[in-house]
Design a protein around this ligand. Structure first.
Ligand code: FAD
Length: 394
């Protein structure tokens, strides 16, 4: 008997739940897991010392795991690096706790043919290189439980939801069926799933593992949160496939030919997967959105709301949460830029242009969502069985 809880077409999308699970498990998840370990995709440029424009008092963190390890033993790809004049190479070594002397934070975006600095109208951050930017090895900083909770975390989520759903009040669920709301809710589900999947089970023994009850309490018991996760996944997947030409031709050059070829090859396999094209050729139909007379105005309004959400990420009071918050919001902003700018403002003068960091964020976000979909698929039957057993008890 099929005990699937989620069947039919994912709301506002073009593929059904079963297909998403199948294609994710067989094709997307393995390819993405490979992609994010390549040197090109594992370093993310980010400004972590952020001045929160909204609540300057924030900055609480309970666990050591809140902080980001920026010190991957001086292992950045050579072409990401441009030593500052006059500094011996040894001084570029990371020194934890000394941010000003940490990693080589300068970079030369021109080393990448085809990668240029262009503004993303959907995000708040100025991506231009400056001394505050640093590279973080994402593999050394997994998104997981950090102990960041309480009023500080709640304040961020409340602000994010009230930004895109003005009637939202703390504790209430936003009822507005808006794309932006669904994207944020889907991302929120994914973050919660990763917290539950990699949880500190016993602090004294430093024992980490899955916490299925937490996953159920925060996500699985709310069908809307699961649906929004699938929606967000298909939305981002559509953006990746829509930017196919660009992503195929981009140079994934880090000075390590073997690894760079691997990145290029995995990217091609992802973009041209025959299974994906047969099962779900257009994961989301953006052409249907924001049509009509008020369309351009609505798009601008949503763009402004999203930029504010991006700015709120500077107030996340836990470094590691801020890293993943900023990365994933940039990834969503990149998906929005691809889906809603390509035929719009770029049409007249040029084609789509993406920054290297945007591509890194987009692919890492898709990987996170893909992991979450897989975890939901794996965990759901457990709970259905448990619920089934409970209902049989007298
Ligand atoms: P929260 O997750 O804080 O949710 C607050 C309220 O939002 C809920 O009560 C509910 O009303 C609503 N809500 C919850 N989920 C959804 C959804 N999917 N859709 C719609 N509404 C929803 N903690 C970590 O341990 N590790 C991290 O890496 C991490 N990253 C974070 C990144 C960001 C950007 C933020 C803002 C927080 C992060 N946190 C992280 C904190 C974490 O998300 C929770 O806020 C914290 O664990 C407290 O959880 P909670 O049960 O109070 O509910």
């Amino acid at each position: 008997q099929d005990s699937r809880k989620y069947t039919g077409i994912v709301e506002d999308c073009c593929c059904d739940y079963e297909t998403v699970d199948a294609i994710n498990g067989a094709v997307l998840h393995p390819l993405l897991q490979g992609l994010v370990t390549t040197p090109f995709f594992r370093y993310f440029k980010v400004k972590l010392w952020c001045d929160c424009p909204f609540w300057p008092d924030d900055g609480m963190c309970k666990l050591r795991d809140c902080s980001v390890c920026e010190c991957p033993e001086n292992e950045f790809p050579e072409s990401f690096r441009r030593p500052p004049l006059g500094l011996p190479a040894d001084d570029l070594k990371c020194q934890e706790g000394k941010p000003e002397a940490a990693v080589d934070r300068t970079l030369d975006s021109k080393v990448f043919r085809g990668w240029i600095e262009v503004d993303n109208p959907w995000t708040n951050d100025d991506e231009t290189d400056n001394d505050e930017m640093t590279y973080v090895n994402l593999l050394l900083n997994p998104e997981r439980y950090t102990g960041y909770t309480g009023p500080s975390a709640r304040r961020i989520w409340d602000a994010v939801y009230s930004e895109n759903c003005p009637k939202y009040a703390s504790g209430e669920i936003c009822q507005e069926k808006k794309v932006l709301y669904k994207l944020i809710s889907g991302l929120h589900s994914s973050i919660s799933i990763h917290i539950a999947a990699d949880y500190l089970l016993d602090e004294t023994k430093n024992l980490w593992g899955a916490n299925p009850d937490l996953m159920y309490d925060r996500v699985l018991q709310y069908p809307d949160r699961v649906r929004n996760l699938y929606f967000t996944f298909l939305f981002v997947l559509r953006a990746v496939t829509k930017a196919k030409d660009y992503l195929e031709q981009a140079e994934y050059d880090t000075g390590n030919p073997e690894e760079d070829l691997k990145a290029q090859s995995l990217m091609r396999q992802l973009l041209y997967s025959p299974k994906l094209q047969a099962a779900c050729p257009v994961p989301f139909d953006e052409a249907k959105l924001w049509k009509g007379q008020s369309g351009p105005e609505l798009k601008q309004q949503i763009q402004k709301q999203f930029r504010n959400i991006s700015a709120i990420m500077d107030c996340v009071g836990c470094e590691k949460c801020r890293l993943w918050g900023k990365l994933q919001v940039l990834g969503l902003g990149t998906a929005l830029k691809i889906l809603f700018s390509v035929d719009g403002e770029y049409r007249h003068h040029q084609h789509l242009q993406l920054q290297r960091n945007e591509v890194i964020a987009l692919v890492n976000l898709l990987n996170r969502l893909s992991e979450s979909i897989k975890l939901v698929q794996e965990m759901s039957p457990t709970f259905e069985k448990t619920i089934g057993e409970l209902s049989l008890q007298p």
